[in-house]
Write a protein that binds this ligand. Structure first.
Ligand SMILES: CC(C)(COP(=O)(O)OP(=O)(O)OC[C@H]1O[C@@H](n2cnc3c(N)ncnc32)[C@H](O)[C@@H]1OP(=O)(O)O)[C@@H](O)C(=O)NCCC(=O)NCCS
Length: 177
């Protein structure tokens, strides 16, 4: 359906089972996993998880991407679209991680690519996602994009972001794409 989608310095490509070791190393990196759920098992477990995920990709229930640098083609992170809610035409995104080899604006670019893909290609109308309250930088990041906080609990803030809000916001961000 789509091989890859690219912004100015980074791109997204679908995860393959050969990415298991890269993802495993990312998830066990203590500088990056403070606010993420922990993974079980080792590299082989990751590989099996990816193989199960590929079935969901085939039936368009979920998309899991490697974020890569365009200049070196090096893998620098991951991002995942999942929990597609048909009744609201809404998708959730997460598993968003970038390692120390990221480009300066890889975060902005990868978020824009998620929304470009979801709102313009997959035709979703809304996004929903949660962020741990303690993950202050990431909470701020989504607020700057104009995401709306719709709920919270002890641990997390819940956000929504609509296609119209994104279309409006992204007019000022064309330089990143
Ligand atoms: C989440 C994550 C991918 C975000 O990437 P990041 O590089 O930390 O993102 P930043 O907020 O620093 O943004 C990158 C740059 O874009 C800038 N930026 C962010 N939002 C911007 C906006 N709306 N407009 C313009 N610039 C913006 C930042 O200022 C920063 O530039 P700077 O280095 O010159 O200050 C990364 O922090 C990560 O891997 N975290 C660990 C895993 C995690 O917690 N994931 C989220 C779970 S919900």
């Amino acid at each position: 359906m789509f091989e890859k989608i690219e912004a100015k310095t980074v791109g997204l490509r679908l995860v393959q089972s050969s990415d298991a070791e890269f993802i495993y190393n990312l998830r066990i990196n203590d500088n990056l996993n403070k606010y993420l759920s922990s993974i079980f098992g080792g590299i082989e477990n990751q590989r099996q998880w990816i193989e199960k995920y590929k079935e969901k990709e085939y039936s368009k229930e979920e998309f899991y991407f490697i974020i890569y640098r365009k200049d070196t083609h090096e893998s620098i992170g991951t991002v995942r679209l999942y929990d597609f809610i048909k009744a609201k035409n809404s998708f959730c995104w997460g598993s968003w991680i970038l390692n120390e080899n990221k480009t300066r604006y890889a975060a902005v670019e990868s978020a824009l690519l998620v929304y470009e893909l979801a709102f313009k290609k997959l035709e979703f109308e809304q996004s929903h996602f949660e962020v741990r309250k303690e993950n202050i930088k990431v909470v701020d990041f989504h607020r700057k994009f104009g995401a709306k906080q719709v709920d919270d609990n002890e641990i997390e803030f819940f956000f929504t972001y609509s296609k119209n809000e994104y279309i409006d916001f992204s007019k000022k961000y064309k330089r990143f794409l």
